[in-house]
Design a protein. Structure first.
Length: 283
């Protein structure tokens, strides 16, 4: 009867979820070589190849796909056993800029929960400015925001997001007419960036929809009402970047910064998983 190394099984689940040895290593606060060695030993013990590896791609083998559900259950049972004697639930309060929240949020939260099922995750979504203010006032344990203040120190750069002029494929912009925009309400750094770029290029525009979050902007875009400046990763399904076709100015990329003051090891582990998931989804 084989005894499985729980850390190796956890590493396998993370690599499968994040499709990256590098991201799994970040989530586990380890190194890529250490994660690779753990999984090789797991494969050797099982006598099965669980992952197919190429320089650019990591994917499950047929045996890995068959093993994944059981591996998840094993990791969850292990975490539950560890948490059996917890005196009280711990809470992790995280603020995320609304410009960064897309349809992949469910998978991100699932990965965080798997890291520590006993952890209560409180998620707040608002503008980057509001999230930074809440973090500075002690309301948040961590904040993930777009960089909009080059003078602010600290924080970890998670990734660089690309913005595009996102619209429905059949969005109609008659020549000579002002560009119809869907934006967030002021003050919004992304709105300022978009209209500033248009003004600098001498392109007339008009606001036809003002939303209260990226989901509402995405709905207006999908309905064909307007075009909007969005992070490409969170653009609604079926939408396209019409910037090149319409001759619109290229929007600058923007750093995503993680600010945290956590000291609890479990919460820090969940936060590492969150950061790794953001990087993996962006890739």
């Amino acid at each position: 009867m084989k005894t499985l190394d729980i850390e190796a099984v956890q590493a396998f689940v993370l690599v499968a979820d994040l499709t990256s040895f590098t991201r799994a290593a970040e989530a586990l606060d380890s190194t890529q070589s250490a994660i690779s060695l753990k999984i090789k030993r797991l494969e050797s013990g099982l006598g099965k190849r669980l992952l197919e590896r190429t320089p650019r791609l990591v994917r499950l083998s047929a045996e890995g796909a068959a093993f994944l559900a059981s591996a998840r259950n094993l990791v969850a049972a292990h975490q539950s056993a560890i948490g059996s004697f917890a005196v009280e639930q711990r809470r992790l309060v995280v603020g995320i800029s609304q410009h960064l929240v897309g349809p992949d949020l469910a998978q991100v939260l699932k990965r965080m929960s798997a890291t520590d099922p006993s952890l209560v995750i409180e998620l707040r979504i608002e503008t980057s400015r509001a999230m930074l203010q809440a973090f500075d006032s002690g309301e948040l344990d961590a904040a993930i925001v777009l960089r909009h203040d080059a003078h602010r120190r600290g924080g970890e750069v998670l990734l660089e997001e690309e913005f595009g002029w996102i619209a429905a494929p059949d969005f109609n912009h008659p020549p000579g007419k002002p560009l119809r925009l869907a934006t967030q309400a002021e003050p919004c750094s992304v709105r300022a960036m978009a209209v500033g770029a248009l003004d600098a290029a001498g392109i007339p525009w008009t606001e036809v929809f003002v939303g209260g979050g990226v989901a509402t902007i995405g709905a207006a875009i999908s309905a064909g009402l307007a075009i909007g400046a969005l992070v490409r990763r969170v653009a609604p399904a079926g939408s396209v970047d019409l910037g090149p076709r319409l001759g619109l100015p290229k929007l600058p990329n923007c750093d995503v910064i993680l600010y945290s003051n956590l000291t609890d090891a479990g919460a820090r582990g969940a936060l590492r998983t969150l950061g790794a998931a953001f990087r993996a989804n962006a890739g």
